[in-house]
Write a protein that binds this ligand. Structure first.
Ligand SMILES: O=C(O)CCC(=O)C(=O)O
Length: 264
């Protein structure tokens, strides 16, 4: 199964509309992928906090509409990264969306760990409260977002819910790139899953994004990793590998149902 990770920069000088047009051209040039993945908040730009309100959109807004058209035209699954979603009651959330090959929404996830360190995300956005895992032709898939990588309890729950492929759109800064590498690999090893992690590139409002989008297989092998600039990273995975690795080295079955019952 071929996957394309599209590592996008969101420079301050470019408008959202210009960026949507530019990324659409990139997406339409991708040949042979069954799944395409974009980074977190690439159309708005994660660090453009002062524009969050103005750039918020619904699930029929400009980012989702363009991506839905492309998914349907190319006949691919397209994880569009995330948007600042505007809710009817005025709340905003960081919403990740996976589109099916007919352009319909097949998975939606609202970031549950909103980020507050050198970031206004936590004060501007409302955290989500659901964690769906969807069964697709190529396996049980979940999407989570960036900072969520740091929280093992969330991953344990994804694993318990049967996730086999976890898609992680991100706007992870270059300053903590080694954490990005370490955590994406660790989560794959811990849960014997594919981690498909698509990061943003370039700089925004003086913050440098880390790039290095990567795919880690269920044995913990990094099967592809981009450099720091804009890129389309193509990778071929075999979704059956999850079963094969779990059968050969059956760690997950040895997990205790609960650890807080152990005596001190
Ligand atoms: O956890 C980190 O170091 C980065 C998190 C982040 O940038 C985000 O959640 O957007």
């Amino acid at each position: 199964m071929k996957i394309a990770l599209v590592q996008v920069a969101s420079p301050d000088s470019e408008t959202r509309e210009e960026r949507i047009d530019r990324v659409e051209a990139t997406l339409r040039d991708i040949k042979g992928a069954e799944l395409i993945v974009l980074p977190e908040l690439w159309s708005a730009g994660y660090f453009h906090f002062d524009e969050y309100q103005a750039l918020a959109e619904t699930l029929t807004g400009p980012t989702v509409s363009m991506c839905a058209r492309v998914a349907a035209d190319l006949g691919v699954h397209l994880h569009l990264g995330s948007i600042i979603e505007a809710h009817e009651d005025g709340r905003l959330s960081n919403t990740s969306i996976l589109l099916g090959p007919d352009g319909s929404v097949v998975h939606t996830y609202r970031k549950v760990h909103v980020f507050g360190y050198k970031s206004k995300e936590a004060s501007l956005l409302t955290a989500g409260s659901s964690l769906p895992v969807v069964q697709l032709p190529f396996g049980a898939v979940a999407g989570i977002t960036c900072y969520d990588l740091r929280f093992p309890g969330l991953w344990m729950e994804l694993s318990t819910r049967g996730a086999e492929i976890v898609i992680v759109p991100a706007a992870w800064p270059a300053a903590r790139r080694e954490h990005w590498r370490l955590l994406t690999t660790a989560r794959a090893v811990e849960h014997q899953i594919f981690v498909i992690a698509c990061n943003a590139a370039g700089s925004q409002e003086g913050a440098e994004l880390g790039g290095h989008s990567r795919v880690v297989d269920p044995a913990g092998k990094v099967i592809a990793e981009a450099d720091s600039g804009e890129a389309v990273l193509m990778v071929d995975i075999d979704p059956q590998q999850v079963n094969a690795v779990r059968t050969e080295f059956p760690v997950i079955g040895d997990r205790l149902a609960a650890y807080d019952t152990l005596t001190v």
